[in-house]
Structure formats: structure tokens, C-alpha cells
Design a protein around this ligand. Sequence first.
Ligand SMILES: *Cc1c(COP(=O)(O)O)cnc(C)c1O
Length: 393
Amino acid sequence: MKKTQVDFRTKCIHAGNGIDKETGAIRRPLTMANSYRLPEDASAMNWSDPDQLVYTRNTSANQIYLQEKLAALEGGEDCVVLGTGVSALAGVFFTFLDSQSHVICSNVSYIAVYRLLQEYFPDKYGVETTLVDTANLEEIKQALRPNTRLIHIETPGNPTTRVSDIAAIAGIAKAAGALLSVDSTFASPYLQQPLALGADLVIHSLTKYINGHGDAMGGAVIGRKELINRIKRQAMVNLGGVISPFNAWLIMRGVVTLPLRMEQHSRTAQTVAEFLAGHRAVDFVSYPGLSSHPQHGIAKKQMSLFSGVMAFGLKADAAIHNRFINSLELIVPAVSIGHDESLIVYVGPDDERNHFYPPEFRNGHLRFSIGLEAAADIIADLEQAFVKCGLSS
Ligand SMILES: *Cc1c(COP(=O)(O)O)cnc(C)c1O
């Protein structure tokens, strides 16, 4: 049986794994080494070959296994794994944008993407950027220019959970001769498969759901071999943001349980989102699984479940929002998402992207990543924090 023709859950376990030739171990070992033995005559060899084991900045054994697994999970021809989600995103922009090109990007996206595309690439390299609400197809069409090379979307978006229609935007990109890259970190490949919907590149912060245990960082880009090869040759070998073999090994281990975790994150998040939406001290809740979410219909069409991240606001000022998160006993005030433990952050109105947020977000909001704890315990923790803040229902 071919490992590529099996169910997603089976791929999570078997893809990229194999028998270790030296010991017969049924799991690929962790290989912590910077360099690999050269062939007897290395004179004709390309020392920067990103697919040969030469030097760990070109690639490492554990990186190769993880690339194989992630390519299988996204249904892509090839994958490049890098040191962080941001190095994967920067690798895509560095490889496919130049001083002649224009890029369209979601106006609410990961903060480093906003800074790279809004400030650094335009200022340093002359790249033209248009930020639009990519949930609105008309805004994308109107932003197109003859030199648009890339449309980059994040769906669901961080931190608003706004959803963009991948298949429709893929059609727009294709007609315009541009590539479509999708940051699918909030969904993970278990809930959403952008390549099957027509995207050219899928990007993940492996730090989040794919590893899932909050103990390693990584990033990945998956897509056609020709595109991934360019990222490996240009951005990986020459910018150098590679992953440590140990982190690749940890992520390989974490991803085995991805389907189980995403099922539970999604189920619990739905329960918690409904609890919050029914609380009188809550101003708004943004979660793609709620029928009140502005793109609930698109989310239902392109995601199998709605994942574990939501944003909400209290009918209260910044001081109360801070008191609320500091009153929590189980839910941890910390950045990141997609861990085993629930995480919450307060994003105040001073955030540099604030003017792009939907209006209800602009007085400050809470980004809440639902962990794997029991739903009843998460809700009990929220309840006691509401009481401590004088916000009980
Ligand atoms: C966290 C995150 C990133 C950045 O990933 P790092 O691994 O922290 O570099 C990019 N995109 C999204 C949507 C994220 O949530």
C-alpha cells in the first residue's frame, strides 16, 4: 500500500517515517549534526544543493522526513521546512517579489507580514503593496495591477478570525497571472486544504497546531516542486533560517496526533464561543463556527471544522480587560496559539494595525486559543474571572 494513497489520519502517522537502516529502529532517529560525509570525489558537486545531505543549512535528515510528511498532509508535490513561520513567510516574499512587482495582502494578517509587506519590502526593495480586506473579492479585483505577482491571504486571519474565500481568490489570481499564497496556520491541514482549492503555496507556522505542544518552533511552505525548489535555493540556503534537527524531530512527533487534537480544539471552542456569546458582559465574539460570524458560510464551505481560536471583547475598559485575564487561574496569559494549554492575550487599541480591524475590535480585544482542557473547566475558569471583575451574568 502506497503511503500517499491512505487516509489523512494514517498519513499523520506513517508519512515521512521509516525503518532506520543502521539500527532497525522503527522510528527515524534524531540526527544532530552540522555536516555529512562528502562523496569520494566531491569536485563536481553543488555544495548548496538544498536536497542533498551536505551541510545542515542546506537541509538535514530530520528536516527531509518532516518535509515529506507535511507535503503528504497538504497534498503538495514538495515542502520546505524553515526555522519559524515568519522565516517561511519571508522566504516566500523574498523568492517571488522583486523591485518590479506588486503584491496584494490581507489588511489584517500576522504582524511580521504586515511589517514586511507594508514597510520593509516597499522601502528597501521598491515592492508595491496594496492591503485590502481579502474577505471582500471586489477589493481584491480592484487592487490588481499588471505587475501583481502575488496575492497573500491569511485565513482564518490572526487575530480577527476573518475568513477569505480561497477558491474564489485562486480564480482571481490565476486570471491575473499571479501566485496565491495562503497562511493556513489557524486551520492546520486537517481542517483546510488550500492547494486542493487552487492555491499555489500553503504556509504554516509549525509552532502552532502542527506541533501542538508549545515546545518547538518551525515554519513550512508546501506547493509545486518548481516553486518550492526556488524557495529552497534562494531563501533557505542563502538567508539561512533553517530549522534545528531537534525541532524538526519534535514537530514530527507532535503532528501524529493532529487529527485528534483538531477535533477536540474545534468541539471545545464551539462550546466556549457559544457560552461567551450568551454572556451579558461580552460585547462581541468572533469565531468562524458561530452563525453570527460574517463569513460563517465560506468557513463552512472550505473548512471541515472551525479550529480553536476566537477573539472577543468585554463591555469594559482596558483596565478591566487586563484584570479579567489576570484573574484566570487555568487559562494562561501568553502569546502563541494552538498549544495543549489554553492561551489568552489582550490586544489593546495601540496595536499598529488597529485602524484595519473590524470596528468592534478597535477598543481592544482578547485573542483566545482554546487548548485541550475539558470544556467545563475552561468555562468555569472564565465564570470565576467574570465574577472577580464584577461582570457575572
Ligand atoms: C504565529 C503565526 C505566524 C508566525 O509563526 P512563528 O512560528 O511564530 O514565526 C504566522 N502566521 C500566523 C497566522 C501565526 O499565527
